[in-house]
Design a protein around this ligand. Structure first.
Ligand code: ZN
Length: 171
């Protein structure tokens, strides 16, 4: 039986893992192959974590707590899931809504932790307000995240942040 309280406990633990980049995700269902922890997303209604390839199936067939109809689009479920995850990870909650449509696990992985990138986005929202400029801000943030994701791989440091990269004069 699905127990939301049980899921909630795991959800908080999983958010901790995603924020710190250390530890193991506790999924509701483990995929047959090993997948990176950035592939796990919470299903919004029951808070259980699934590999992104299983999330859709969970909604269609299994979830006992779902509020959505079968007509919900796969991408809209993922967007909602990303927003939920980002709301937990980011200090500025406006950013969760702004970033939710951004695709790419590596981008999400950078953006949920990078303080400078988020300060930049918060500043632009403060100045321009939210709404009209969202697409533009998302594009800029995506570009920064691409660079960061590349540099993290190059330097073999998944915790590398933009501010550190600038300080060490690597760019
Ligand atoms: Zn569920």
């Amino acid at each position: 039986m699905t127990c939301k309280l049980w899921n909630q406990g795991n959800f908080l633990q999983n958010i901790k893992v995603l924020k710190s980049g250390t530890g193991n995700i506790i999924p509701a269902k483990r995929p047959s192959e090993d997948v990176p922890h950035t592939w796990y997303y919470p299903y919004p209604d029951c808070l259980a974590f699934y590999c992104k390839t299983e999330l859709w199936r969970h909604m269609q067939e299994e979830c006992q707590l779902k509020t959505k109809t079968k007509k919900s689009e796969e991408e809209s479920v993922l967007t909602e899931s990303r927003e939920l995850l980002l709301t937990e990870c980011l200090a500025d909650k406006r950013l969760a809504n702004l970033y939710a449509p951004m695709k790419g696990d590596h981008i999400l992985n950078v953006v949920k932790n990078d303080l400078l990138i988020n300060q930049f986005a918060s500043c632009v929202i403060d100045k321009q307000g939210q709404g009209r400029q969202d697409r533009y801000i998302r594009q800029r943030v995506c570009e920064l995240c691409q660079v960061m994701s590349f540099m993290q791989k190059q330097l073999d440091n998944q915790h590398l942040q933009l501010a550190t990269l600038i300080k060490t004069k690597r760019i």
